[in-house]
Design a protein around this ligand. Structure first.
Ligand code: SF4
Ligand code: SF4
Length: 354
């Protein structure tokens, strides 16, 4: 493994050096929140952020995008796929979100490859950031998706105080170091040891630890359990949990007419919590009730993802808990599954104490 040091004060010089070849997306402070956005117009990075309220997956799967435009149907319809994106660096992405993207890679490359996602993925470089201090809703350590990334990054930064330890994870990472030559210093065993110590402290400081052992198997035995009705009572069907999640990926397609002879097909994020999500022509809806939809969300994350892709569809970022107006908490659900399967009564309607 190649390691380097980068002074925090030189980060902006690295961004400048890379800006000719890449669009740089980074966390930027916006009033009370930090959001990922392209660095332009003097926007300042906030690499000390705890967690962004929305995962940066939108840079690989935009909330709304044109899939193709069509025109001239009388003379033979022409379809123009809209696949064009410039090379992009996502700087400061946390380990949980990077693991979310590794899951999306499976979703969008297996069965039917999604050229739009895969094209963006190919052009995206990840400069990830290890967490020295987890948030109150974070439970990535329970899923081994954090607090430091072990795969998927091109460069991985760890905050050592005035400087970052930089671990190079790929040939593209080597290329970045080459472009920024002169900005990086040498690192060795003392800095690697310092990172290991910080990581140990971070692992100790998680307030939320969730036991996922056997949850997939236990969930299957609780498909008809009354706990889903209790949870559903709190769901307002806002879709917020899906939209902030780094692993949710469902979308809907829309055809829009632009003129008498032209139009475009777009796609936009959808949520399995919306009542129309599975509604079909003729009004048939296989998941017509709120209970069926909320159960689907948790079965998707904890059962179906595992069966199809070999990993939970949750990376422990805690965003769905933070955003849910009904205080529905995936960590509480996992714990309740374990207790219910042992026959205990559980109060899944209680607001989590954090
Ligand atoms: S955020 Fe909460 S209330 Fe909104 S759809 Fe998700 S579970 Fe339901
Ligand atoms: S299900 Fe919730 S905690 Fe898990 S990855 Fe999605 S938003 Fe994060």
């Amino acid at each position: 493994m190649t390691v380097r040091l980068l002074k925090k004060a030189r980060c902006i010089d690295l961004v400048d050096a890379l800006s000719d070849d890449y669009e740089i997306v980074a966390p930027v402070r916006k009033k009370d929140d930090t959001l990922f956005e392209p660095l332009s117009g003097g926007a300042e990075m906030d690499l000390d952020y705890l967690n962004s309220p929305v995962a940066p997956r939108e840079f690989l799967l935009p909330q709304d995008e044109t899939v193709f435009e069509y025109s001239d149907p009388e003379n033979g319809t022409t379809l123009q796929p809209k696949i064009k994106d410039r090379c992009r660096i996502i700087l400061g992405i946390r380990s949980c979100d990077l693991n979310g993207i590794l899951l999306l890679d499976s979703v969008f490359s297996k069965d039917i490859p999604d050229l739009y996602y895969l094209n963006r993925r190919e052009k995206t470089v990840f400069i990830a950031m290890a967490c020295n201090q987890p948030g109150n809703s974070c439970f990535c350590s329970s899923l081994k998706t954090g607090p430091s990334a072990s795969e998927g990054y091109d460069l991985l930064l760890t905050d050592l105080g005035d400087e970052y330890l930089v671990e190079v994870g790929s040939s593209r990472g080597e290329e970045i170091v080459k472009i920024g030559r002169g900005l990086f210093g040498e690192a060795g065993e003392p800095e690697i040891k310092r990172k290991a110590d910080l990581l140990a402290i971070a692992l100790e400081s998680f307030v939320l630890r969730v036991d996922f052992q056997r949850v997939t198997e236990l969930m299957k035995g609780l498909f008809a359990d009354g706990m889903w009705e209790d949870i559903a009572e709190r769901c307002l069907r806002c879709g917020g949990c899906s939209f902030v999640c780094p692993t949710c990926h469902c979308f809907n397609l829309f055809d829009r007419q632009l003129s008498e002879t032209s139009g475009k097909r777009t796609r936009g994020w959808d949520s399995c919590l919306f009542s129309g999500f599975t509604r079909m022509a003729g009004g048939i809806n296989p998941r017509g009730s709120k209970v069926e939809r909320i159960r689907q969300r948790f079965f998707c994350k904890l059962v179906y993802y595992v069966e199809k892709y070999g990993a939970y569809g949750c990376v422990g970022c805690g965003r769905c808990t933070d955003t849910c107006p009904g205080y529905i908490d995936i960590a509480q659900v996992v714990t309740s599954v374990s207790l219910r399967s042992k026959g205990y009564e559980v109060d899944v309607g209680a607001k989590p104490e954090r």
